[in-house]
Each structure stands twice: as C-alpha cells, then as structure tokens.
Design a protein around this ligand. Sequence first.
Ligand SMILES: [Zn+2]
Length: 670
Amino acid sequence: MPNPLFQPSTLPFEFPDFPAITAAHYLQAAEAGVAKHLEELSSIAHNTDAPSFENTFVALERSGQLLRRSIMAYWTVFSAHGTDDLREIDPKIQSLNSSHMDAIHLDKELFDRLASFDAKELTGEDARLVSETLRTFRAAGAELSEEKKVSLRELNGRITDLSSEYSRKLLGAMNEAAPHFETAEELAGLTEGELAAAADAAREAGHTSGYLLTLVLPTGQPLLARLENSDSRRRLFTASLTRGQEGENRTLDIAAQMAGLRATRAELLGHGTHAEAVLEEATAPSLAAVRERLAELVPPAVANARAEAEELAKISGAAIQPWDWAYYSAAVAKERYTLDRGALREYFELDAVLTRGVFTAAQKLYGLTFKERTDLPLYHPDVRIWNVFNEDGSALGLFLGDFFARPTKSGGAWMNSIRESVSLFGERPVVTNTLNIPKPSAGEPALVSLDEVNTLFHEFGHALHGLFSSGVYPSLAGTSVPRDFVEYPSQVNEMWALHQEILPNYAAHHRTGEAFPAGTAKKLEAAALWGEGFATTEYLTAAVLDLAWHSLHAGEIVADPDAFEDRVLREAGLIPGLVPSRYRTGYFKHIFDGGYSAGYYSYIWSEVLDADTGEWFTENGGLLRANGDHFRKELLSRGNTRDPLESYEAFRGRAARIEPLLVRRGLAKG
Ligand SMILES: [Zn+2]
C-alpha cells in the first residue's frame, strides 16, 4: 500500500483519507517531507538567475508542501485521537520538526539569497511577505556566526527535549496526585453519574474500592464548587496545587532548567532576557508596556478579590480558605442572585447550541449557511463535518466539530487547520474545533455547561478567522498572527453567546422544550461581576509568574523554584496564599510545553481589543450583516497580510481604548 500522504488527496477539499493513514505513514511522510523540503530550499539558495520576488520569497512559500500536508494531518489526529502508535512516534516527529526549523532558518546561503533581493518596489501583501520572512529568519538566529549557530542548535534541541519531558512527567504527576476517597459520604454533593465515574476511575487505577477524583490542568478543580465536605475539598485542592513538586514526577527542576536555557539562548540571540526576545515578535510595544499594564491591573483586581473573600466569610461564618472559595462563591450566587449556574445545562443541548446558536450568529453577521455532510472518511466516528457557504451560495470551506472527550484526546479546547485558505495554491480552508465535553451515555442528550457554551462560541471565533482568511501566502494566512493578537477574534465571538437575539434561539429545556426563562438571562447579567475579582487575580498571577520565569538573565540559576514563585508573586502585590495562580510552576504547561512562554499575558492583552470591539458593535446597532461584513473585511480576512494593529484601526477607526475592559472586569475607578 503506497503512503496516502505522498500525493494530495483526491477527495473534496483534498481531505485526508484518515482511516488509510497509519502511524508509520505519518513518520515516513514527515521524514520524506523534510528531505524533499531541504532539496527545494537548496535549489532556491543556489538558483543562478538574479534574485526576483518569484524565485526567492514566493518559491519559499511554494516549498515544503509534502511536509506541510503531512504535519497538518498528523497534528489534527495526534491531538484529537493520539492512540499508542501515534504516541510512540511523537517524540521523533517533534524533534524532526524542531531541527528542521533550525535547518531552514540557520542556512546561510538561503538567508543571504533572500536578503540580497531588493524589495523596495513591492507593496501590500508582497512587501509584508518579505519583511515578515526576513524578520522570522533574523529572530531565529540567521545572522549569527557559524560557531554561535552550533550552540543555538544544541540549545534548541535540549529545550525541545525538556518540553517533552516536562509534559510526560506532568501527566504522571496528575495521575499520581488524583485523590482517593473510601466512602460516598465524603463526596456528598456530586451527582450519581459523577460518583459512578469516580468509582470507575478508582478501579481503573487499581483500587479495589472507593472513588478517585481525576484532576484537570488548572488549579481550580470544577468539583470544588459542589463538594459539601470541607475536608474533601481541602484534599482535592491540595492535590491540585502540589502537582509536580515531589518524587519521580517532579517537574519543578525541569521548569527551572528550561527557564535557564531560554535565558542563555536569548543572550546568544542578542536579547537581555527570553521575555524581551518574545516581545520583539508581539503586537505589544515593549516588555515594559506589558509589565506596566499588569502592574496597573493588579491592585484593583486584588482589592476586588479581597472584597469577595469578605462576602464569602460572611456566608461561611469563618475566614475563607482557598479550597472553600469556589463552594461559597456558588452559594453567594444562589443567595444573592438566586442564580444556580449548575442548573443552566438543562437548557443547553449541544446540537442546538451549535446549529441554532453558534451557526445562527454567523448567519446573521456574515450570511453564512451550513450543511452537514457524511461522505468524508473520519479519524473517529464522533467527528462531524459541515460545508460552509457564503451568502451568495459559493463554497467557503469545511468545518469539522469534534466535541466529546475521550482518553486519546489532549485536554482543553482548540481550533486547528488541516488546510489553510491560500490563493497561491487555490486552496479552500478546512478548519476544526476540538472540545472535551463529557460524552453522554447512549440515548441521553448531550447537555453542556454555560462555560462550555462560551467555549463553543470562542473556538468558532478562531474557526472564522481561519475560514475568512483571504491572503495569497501560507505564512501570512488566517491565524498566523502574533500570539498576543490571536485570541482577539475568538474572544469577540463569545459576545454572541448570551445576546438577546441569539440565546432564545438555542436555549430551551431539553425535556419540556420550555423557553430559557427571561428572568434567568437578567440574573446572569446582574451576576456578571460576581467572581471577577477572583478570576482576574488568578489570571494575573499566572501572567506575572510567566514573565518572572522568563525575565532571568543568562547564568541566573533558580535553586528553589517554589520559593522563587512565592517571592515574585508577593513582590508584585499578589496574594497566592488566598488566590493561587491559575497554573503554578509545577503544572504550567502553556509556558513549559505549549508556545506561550512569556506570552500568557496575551489573553488580557487581546481582551482590551475584544471589549473595545464589543462597544463598537453596540454603538453600531449590534448583530447586523453590515457590521459583520465590516469586521470580516478589515479584520478577520486579513490574517497577517498587514500589521494586525493597522487592521484593528482600519476596523475601529482609532486605536483601542482600555476603558471597556476595565468596566467589564469591574476594575474601573469610582
Ligand atoms: Zn482561544
């Protein structure tokens, strides 16, 4: 059987024939793809014709198609359905990919050829392609001496290996830390279904009796809001907070080692710190500007968190402990706003939220229509596929939804592209949204929480960013924007979840069909600020911690990571003993194995644009086709084909203001 990845698929949208592709095929195609790409790069570098835009930058964009096609299909399947055979080849693929990046960016002949092209006649997207490509090469070390390039390759290799090790140990630490309870009484407050799942988990982990509570990645475990026994809450919380601190699965030293190596690499590349290097590539003007923004937000957020703690103490009758926070916070919401967030899921059925909520908002704003198709080969039977059409009936792309949790799926929720919208190749986009909604048992409806409703809208915002991309070149397409900009379109799309014209369209009681109570929508609005002090503080704590780890100078060694974490947070005016970081050093996968190093600040940075955009829609009449078209034209379709902040100003008519964010998060003065 020939490797199906070696030729473009003949299916519609060149959709990969997933069931026919084995792990060995992926590895073989990646290896062959790297070899082929190196040959192509060599012919670009050694072309004897005078350098032209076409034979340098455009040729570079055209190169590496086998590798690109193979890696995009591989990444889709590995993250969503990473079976054992794929896990076995994954370290090989990671290291192949990382050393291939160095092989491209550190190739002197290739870089010299690119840099020798005179681009001053170019304009628009072509000019942008030249400046962005050269910037990427330089940031990756293209101009270093050959001797320094040797050191850089070695550092990159070690950092890639340490990232894999961090994740492997973290997985072990998560399993090891899951607390075991002997009796159901200790777990009072959980539903029958949750108890049954905990009993299954205990058996699977080798216990002969009792219940095991498996952990999710952030510090806050969802069950803390409902466990009635304070000691059980303390055990679950402590297990979460101390992951990676002890024994064989200790991750703290790997984190410290990585931070040290990143500082060394930053110095080699001519920067003071890793954070400075990262900020060079961001939309934020400087590291100082990011620090200043965080420093401005911390005091009012902490003041709000302390005020919330006082409210909690009133209802609990004693000073609040961090493990009791979520439980009493839910109690205050019930008492003060008569709002039972847990009960909302009865009104949110997955298919309705998607087709009558998410899709309807996209129809009203952008004129899109969706038609499900069942003729394409899937990597898992739970995946669903829709054709997406523009208002005039023309095909826009394919949208894949893979919503249910399974043991082979990575945690969290994400969007990715199997193909990007790139006119150089005449390609139409194929984008996916992957979530981790617990799968209902056969015959039961899939009900989702309010948080999951928001996640569905959020991830679809990323999908729109990919689908609407109208650029020529792959490296500038769609979501290929700076890290601190990419969360902006997705956050904007969350605004429609509770919108008065969208919510009633999808929210109905799954058994009785009863409409979503108007009173409940009002309660949600009234309670919007409750808990924001805690949420903002726990987020800012993680952002400050990330920057602290990545502001080390070369040679600076952190011997005691725990003490370091505590010190930098207290110095920033945070209160980690009461409101711990959303992720602590021991389990901060975003920054130690996830591409967000010195970038966790991005969420609030993007949210400034998001909140300001919300205001623009309100000022201009809300959910209207004309508004959607304007947002699509100036922003969503642009990708990185022009400076993203220029796109923002073209959309908004001015630079973003921070006030709408301060109001939304309850941080405005007076
Ligand atoms: Zn996102």
